[in-house]
Each structure stands twice: as structure tokens, then as C-alpha cells.
Design a protein around this ligand. Sequence first.
Ligand SMILES: NC(=O)c1ccc[n+]([C@@H]2O[C@H](COP(=O)([O-])OP(=O)(O)OC[C@H]3O[C@@H](n4cnc5c(N)ncnc54)[C@H](O)[C@@H]3O)[C@@H](O)[C@H]2O)c1
Length: 279
Amino acid sequence: MSNNLLAGKKGIIFGALDEKSIAWKTALACHAQGAQLVLTNAPVALRMGEINKLAEAVNAPVIGADVTNMDDLKKLFEEAQAHFGGKIDFILHSIGMSLNVRKGKHYTEIDYEWNKKTLDISSMSLHRVLRTAWDMDALNEWGSVVALTYIAAQRVFPDYNEMADAKALLESVARSFGYHYGVKKKVRINTISQSPTRTTAGSGVKGFDAFIDYAEKMSPLGNASADDCANYCVTLFSDMTRFVTMQNLFHDGGFSLTGVSEAVVNSMKEPAEGANTIA
Ligand SMILES: NC(=O)c1ccc[n+]([C@@H]2O[C@H](COP(=O)([O-])OP(=O)(O)OC[C@H]3O[C@@H](n4cnc5c(N)ncnc54)[C@H](O)[C@@H]3O)[C@@H](O)[C@H]2O)c1
């Protein structure tokens, strides 16, 4: 159902790889709410070709940009503004990549060159995007920027590995830049801390299947889906949330504030003695 919450708004969506991607669902939701979009991803991701299906569905151009390359980002913002015929109202940063996770390196043994890449792609890229927009004055007043994160930034999830550090840095960049962009132009910047979700990036984490089941049991509402995350993004891009900024917002069905759930406790109980005998 559309309420046209984003009618007249123009946004750039980073990170739609395939139809499971949170960015993919968010592009569809923003389009359904009346937004005009530009889609972008790394050149290597564009070569997969999947994004063209999304481009057609949301009637948006696709502009390649490696998010660690300032020239690519400048070109993206120039071309996006030319396409829109004006400035940008919202940005979704839905990007994450860890070579140490991919190559199965244990957290205590990470390769530091790969780690630099992880932090550049997954965290400082938000700074690079904001800096490009800032230098070009490419965002409208009351613009809204959302980046996706995970609760491993606050609490230990051992298999999340160096991505935990990357997310902590990402959330800090959102806060710090959120201050400066708020003062300068009333632009708001938030992170959404999403439930584990079956996507290409999510499934790369060791033990993901067991973990997603555990999170489902631990969350009073169950895990939040990618479609629900997309709807939450829409609200943050809309004018209904204009004074929300510099926040890390949990979109996790209540997982973050649940110490333990009855479902998890019950799954840990030894079967009672004689439980299988017929009375
Ligand atoms: N899936 C989950 O369980 C989950 C949970 C919480 C947060 N998140 C976060 O959500 C975001 C989106 O991930 P997803 O789960 O939809 O997976 P995804 O694999 O669909 O998306 C990750 C995207 O990052 C892009 N990317 C990687 N390197 C890039 C580069 N150099 N330049 C530009 N783009 C690059 C990829 O091409 C891909 O489109 C990530 O920040 C992820 O950490 C995911």
C-alpha cells in the first residue's frame, strides 16, 4: 500500500546486488512511495547484471561507483543531480564487505591489509559518500541518510569477526558527520541495526543459519525481514521523522533488549526424566 510518503523526493540507493539485498527491497519500497531513484553499486557487482532488472522495475538509471574511490563518487553525484535536475533528498548506504570473513580468518589472526579494505569499504565509505555530497552541496535541507549496521557493534558475536569493528566505526561516522551536517544543512544521518537477514552478505558469516534461528527465538516479534527494513528506511527518508538524527535505531523485533526468551530457555532444557514414558 502506498501513502506517497516520498512523493517528489529523489534518492540514491547504494548496494542492491540481487533481489535478496536489503537495498533492493528498499529501492522497491521507495519507488512504491513515489520517490525517484538512482541505483549504484561497485562495477564488479554491476557485471552480474541482476541490478538491471531492478532498474527497470523502479525506472532508475544505474551508475557504477566503487565506494572507496572519490572520483567515482564525484561522478555519481554529478550524474545523479543531472538526472534529477536538482539536489538529492535521501541516500541509503547498504554496503559491507570483509575479506577476512570471506577467507575464513579467525578474529585473532586477521590480515591487516584486508582489514584496511574492510574498514574502507564498510565504514569509511559512509564518510566518503557524505564528504562528496558535502563538498558538492548535493543534498537538500532536511535530507536524510541511512546506513545499515548490526548489533555486533555493541555486543560480541564471535563469528561476526572484524565486521563488528567495522560496524562500530560506521555508527560513529554516522553520529559525527550527523552533527556537522545537521548544523550546516539540517541533514539527518542515522544507522538502522537490522536483524540477521538471508542475503549474500549475511550468509557469508560463519554459522549464519543456526544464528538466524537463535535470533528468531530470542526476539519477541521474531526477526525483522528485509521488506520490513525497507519500510523502516522509507519512514526515515520521509518528512515524518525530521528530528531523528545521529541515532543507531534497532530494527530487530526486540532482540537487542531481550536478556533471554522462554523459547531459548526451553530449547536448552534437558528432557525431563521419564518424559518419554507413557503415564
Ligand atoms: N544480512 C544481514 O544479516 C544484515 C544484518 C544487519 C546489517 N546488514 C547490513 O546491510 C547492508 C546490506 O547488506 P545485505 O545483507 O543486503 O547484503 P548484500 O550482499 O546484498 O549487499 C552488500 C552490498 O555491498 C556492495 N559493495 C561491496 N563492496 C563495494 C564497493 N567497494 N563499492 C560499492 N558497493 C560495494 C555489494 O556489491 C553489495 O551490493 C550491509 O551493510 C550489511 O552489513 C546485513
